[in-house]
Design a protein around this ligand. Structure first.
Ligand code: EPU
Length: 417
């Protein structure tokens, strides 16, 4: 969609099915490159990032087809060209995960070096140092990372920071390395656990995923598998924040409390009622949210990806809240758009003071990235009058059929193509 138009109305009610996690599906797609075979991935969201990852896989020689609405058939039996060119990496940074997988499968990888993005610099130095520790030789030539390894050999890698992408790249590379790899200070996100479950089903031996120390015993005998992607906790949190702004009662079918403990308790502190149900998460909201302070941290802390939506909700909070973004230096561009809608937010370095106002005021605004777009959707539900979100194609990168699903629970949301 080009534009998303939202008009506030009555409180929301009904059920939304939470679809597969974008940030898991993308890496599982990459993991199919590890060994030749025919893979079945279920619960894959129909979003542009998945389409782009499919393009990247097709470009290296993998066949990707949709079977049912949310099932991907991935055939990696053909000859693989170990190369991800600039136009693919530049479009989607997650394609850097191909580095570890291609090194493991082909012994070489040429991946365009990603640049900075809307969040600021996003280096991949830890990915590269980790792969070097496993024996890869890495050079940068004309903007392309050239990595080679006749044989990857297990090693102990201590990450300076629990980077999701570095942990994933190292897991992928180490599955087929000779000997044992230990990743210390590993990222602990549910998507890492899903990746480990996927490769373990393929025959890999990844132990400790979900903790800070992951041990991988390399093996040569991997095979193709079927797997169902975990539900998207960020999508679930987005719908919770929208509910917080709009009021009403929703069942988020499939959402898992165990992946969302801190965000659920934070939204509870802000006055929402949320409880697990046999089918997912039940949630209710009424009145203005209560202001509460927030700081983002690696999992199990409050994810940086939740923050824009929480800030939009705090914009109509009863009181003042202080928020700290600890992961990205430049993830604040959406604040200017919220200000256009009447929010009172002051940014100082990586801190924000959010002085809640009664109501925002609908306006034409612009989405700069997926979560910035999601923040504007939340704000639109907290506003009087109509909000028109331009550049809404960013939302399509991470949210499938957003307008349709919101409309199904009573919202007035129209996608303009
Ligand atoms: N970092 C480095 N060096 C590295 C790697 C990371 O300095 O080698 C820094 C980054 O610059 C950043 C921080 O470490 O400041 C966190 O980066 P991390 O590697 O953990 O993030 P990522 O793998 O690039 C994934 C998600 C992001 C999400 C982050 C943090 C995918 C495709 N992306 O990115 O999701 O914000 O983890 O949880 O999995 C999104 O979905 O909108 C999104 C941006």
């Amino acid at each position: 969609m080009d534009t998303l138009v939202v008009r506030p109305g009555s409180p929301l009610g009904g059920e939304i099915v939470i679809l597969g996690a974008k940030n898991s599906a993308l890496k599982l797609m990459v993991a199919t490159v590890l060994t030749p075979g025919e893979f079945v991935l279920r619960n894959v969201p129909h979003i542009s990032d998945v389409e782009w990852m499919a393009d990247a896989l097709v470009a290296i020689g993998v066949k990707v087809t949709w079977a049912e609405p949310s099932t991907l058939l991935i055939d990696s039996t053909g000859t693989i060209v170990p190369e991800a060119p600039y136009h693919l990496v530049e479009r989607m940074r997650a394609s850097t995960a191909l580095l570890g997988a291609l090194l493991a499968r082909c012994g070489e990888a040429r991946i365009a070096m990603p640049g900075g993005d809307d969040f600021g610099d996003r280096p991949i130095d830890m990915h590269l140092r980790g792969l070097e520790a496993l024996g890869a030789e890495i050079t940068l030539s004309h903007g392309t990372i050239v990595a080679t390894a006749t044989r990857l050999v297990g090693a102990r890698v201590v990450l300076e920071y629990p980077s999701v992408g570095a942990t994933e790249n190292l897991i992928l590379a180490a599955t087929k390395a000779v000997g044992t790899t230990v990743i210390d200070n590993a990222a602990r996100e549910p998507e890492i656990v899903d990746l480990a479950a996927f490769v373990n089903r393929m025959g890999a031996q990844v132990l400790g995923a979900g903790s800070s120390t992951i041990t991988i015993h390399g093996t040569d005998t991997l095979h193709s598998v079927e797997h169902e992607v975990i539900p998207d906790r960020i999508e679930a949190a987005t719908f919770l924040a929208i509910l917080g702004a709009a009021g009403g009662e929703l069942l988020l079918r499939g959402a898992r409390l165990e992946h969302m403990n801190l965000i659920v308790s934070k939204l509870g502190e802000m006055g929402m009622r949320i409880s697990p149900d046999a089918n997912g998460l039940w949630a209710m909201a009424s009145g203005r949210p209560v202001s509460a302070d927030i700081a983002t941290l690696p999992y199990p802390g409050i994810a940086t990806d939740y923050l824009p939506m929480l800030i939009a909700l705090l914009a109509i909070g009863d009181g003042t809240a202080f928020a700290t973004e600890n992961l990205y230096q430049g993830r604040f561009r959406y604040v200017g758009e919220l200000t256009r809608m009447g929010a009172n937010i002051r940014v100082e370095g990586h801190h924000m003071a959010i002085r809640g106002v009664d109501r925002l005021s609908g306006a034409p605004v612009k989405a700069f990235d997926i979560r910035a777009g999601a923040a504007l959707v939340v704000a639109a539900f907290a506003a009087d009058g109509e909000t028109t979100i331009h550049d809404a194609q960013h939302l399509d990168r991470g949210y499938e059929r957003l307008a349709e699903r919101l409309t199904s629970v009573g919202a007035h949301a129209t996608a303009v193509l």
